[in-house]
Design a protein around this ligand. Structure first.
Ligand code: GLC
Length: 590
């Protein structure tokens, strides 16, 4: 291999400057807690709110600014709590409202904000409204809260349209025969997800009033914001026209370097991203503005391209939207550069911060995704089964650390998914008998589903259930390899993934990277292997290529995602430092 040449890391003109505004969410690092898998307080094998409270110091030590909790509301748990039967109560599985208050106070005492999930597109079929709708006749106000329709065909026995559920199978379910059925027989109801998750009718003012009240309930308790589930789904095109397109949430990645940042991960069609949905967010913006502090709304909207996503974070709507284009961009320097540029430009256009996210409870963790071959990672990203091609765990971890360090250097707000700070991979060989994701059942196993990324966290290597709770019980089995990822194996251990994240968050904070200006390093601006940019006084260099990159000898390393090469053996002068492949480094700008 020829000796790599040292090139100066000189940045060009900034392509992004932060929008004015001092609100915390413009640059926050937000940690997603998936309550059932974070920490178990009572030993039943399912994580709970007292478990979260007990582990708040882990988050404090990590250095995150805020916590987002996935749903812990009353729910029959058909979709792990995204099927809510009472929006104003805690499910006994997770504790009580008092446990919530304690957790919230504990987070606030430690200087961390708390965001909770709101699921407005659908309720559980056990919600009192749906039960009332079932008991009522067609055309009644009870039915008007949901999307009931007569069937097609002379006997009404064909679904009202051809929409498919995101979890597989038809998006309509027909009711059992009832006394009040008209000539077309029992009605059908729409469910974009599982049949236990009927879609609400957001054209009905009563639905809007109810959710405004739910928001107030949690705002009054002191939450700092909401993550809005399926934020692009509430309004459907008039007439519910047929649509045969793709509805999958995460289809895969476009391996190219798309000009508009579209990676193929967006939903479209008449059930998504209708312009009318924005009226809801304008109203919610006003509602939040009536409260003190900088409360925020975060959109979970799988829409493309990024210019459409930006509509959700216009000045009078939400504050942030998850950047799934970033999550679904392949590990490829030009593609990532394009996504970063397009993301920043699209959000700058509306004065919103870009967000960055690599993992969540709906996708294969990035430590597993990035360990797949390019071919395998171009398939569905929502689950890996034992019979699928398996990720290379070592490669995945190396790349995941490099990708995370790259992400944390970007200006804007970053989302972490619990366990990624430990470098956790998915459980990629869960037996079918233990799977719980409705997507697995509705596709008859064709899709593995999302259980693999939801496995209970390992806290201590030597305890039963790796210290998830006081007993050995865990609602999903943990792979044996989780012992080496356990938090207690990483605290204070130089080079551990936890310590890398902790150091990165410390530097990010001290150098105000979240509020920074971004400029690409000129020498690598078109590189097919290297991503290099400067934010404030920090230069981030990521090597995605085959050859080591020589770094200026005088460069001060602030954080690195893996061991750096030295003069010996790497082909550069003795005092040279090289950046090996699949490694990211933060340097102090010269
Ligand atoms: C969102 C959630 C996902 C859930 C779905 C239906 O996409 O993130 O977990 O299954 O909405 O509520």
């Amino acid at each position: 291999m020829s000796a790599p040449t040292v090139v100066p890391l000189i940045a060009g003109e900034p392509v992004h400057s932060p929008a004015p505004g001092a609100e915390w969410w413009r640059h926050a690092v937000i940690y997603q807690v998936y309550p059932r898998s974070f920490a178990d307080g009572n030993g039943d094998g399912v994580g709970d709110l007292p478990g979260v409270t007990r582990r708040l110091d882990h988050l404090k030590q990590l250095g995150v600014d805020a916590v987002w909790l996935s749903p812990f509301y009353r729910s029959p748990q058909k979709d792990a709590g995204y099927d809510v039967s009472d929006y104003r109560d805690v499910d006994p599985l997770f504790g009580t409202l008092e446990d919530f208050d304690e957790m919230l106070a504990g987070a606030h005492q430690r200087g961390m904000r708390v965001i909770v999930d709101v699921v407005p597109n659908h309720t559980s079929d056990q919600h009192v409204w749906f039960q009332e709708a079932l008991a009522a006749a067609p055309g009644t106000p009870e039915r008007e809260r949901y999307m009931f329709r007569d069937g097609r065909g002379l006997a009404g026995d064909e679904a009202p349209n051809n929409w498919q559920s995101i979890f597989g199978g038809p998006a309509w379910t027909r009711l059992a025969p009832g006394e009040d059925d008209g000539p077309l027989g029992p009605q059908w109801y729409l469910h974009l997800f599982d049949s236990s998750q009927p879609d609400l009718n957001w054209e009905n003012p009563e639905v809007r009033t109810e959710f405004e009240d739910v928001l107030r309930f949690w705002l009054d308790k002191g939450v700092d914001g909401f993550r809005i589930d399926v934020a692009h789904g509430m309004i459907k095109a008039p007439g519910l026209p047929d649509w045969a397109g793709k509805v999958a949430m995460v289809e895969g990645t476009d391996p190219g370097a798309p000009e508009d940042g579209a990676t193929g991960a967006g939903n479209n069609g008449p059930m998504f991203d209708q312009d009318g949905v924005h009226d809801i967010y304008r109203a919610w913006h006003q509602l939040l503005a009536g409260y003190d502090g900088d409360r925020c709304l975060v959109a979970e909207a799988w829409v493309e391209p990024l210019s459409r996503l930006a509509n959700y974070v216009r000045a009078d709507e939400m504050q942030q939207a998850f950047n799934f284009a970033f999550l679904t961009t392949p590990w490829n320097a030009p593609a990532l550069r394009t996504t970063v540029n397009v993301s920043l430009a699209a959000m700058d256009e509306v004065g919103a911060p870009s967000t960055w996210v690599l993992s969540n409870h709906d996708v294969v963790r990035h430590a597993s995704r990035l360990g797949l071959s390019a071919e395998a990672s171009a398939g569905p990203l929502n689950g890996i089964a034992a019979h699928d091609p398996q990720p290379d765990e070592e490669l995945g971890l190396r790349r995941a650390r490099a990708a995370s360090l790259l992400m944390l250097g970007l200006p804007g707000s970053a989302y972490l998914y619990q366990g990624e700070e430990l470098g956790l991979p998915d459980h990629t060989a869960l037996p079918s008998e233990v799977r719980q994701d409705p997507a697995f059942f509705r596709t008859e196993g064709a899709e593995a589903g999302r259980d693999g990324c939801r496995v209970p966290l390992p806290w201590s290597a030597d305890d039963a259930g790796f210290g998830f709770g006081p007993t050995a019980a865990t609602w999903l089995p943990q792979p044996a390899s989780y012992a080496r990822y356990a938090a207690d194996q990483q605290y204070g251990v130089p080079g551990s993934t936890f310590e890398m994240y902790r150091a990165a968050l410390e530097v990010r904070h001290a150098h105000e990277l979240g509020q920074g200006r971004l400029a690409w390093v000129e020498a690598y601006a078109d590189s097919t292997d290297v991503l290099a940019f400067q934010v404030n006084d920090v230069v981030v260099v990521a090597n995605l290529g085959e050859s080591p990159v020589a770094l200026p000898a005088e460069a001060e390393v602030l954080v690195a995602s893996g061991p750096l090469g030295s003069g010996d053996g790497s082909g550069v002068a003795d005092d040279g430092v090289t950046l090996p492949l699949d490694t990211t480094v933060w340097l102090r700008a010269l």
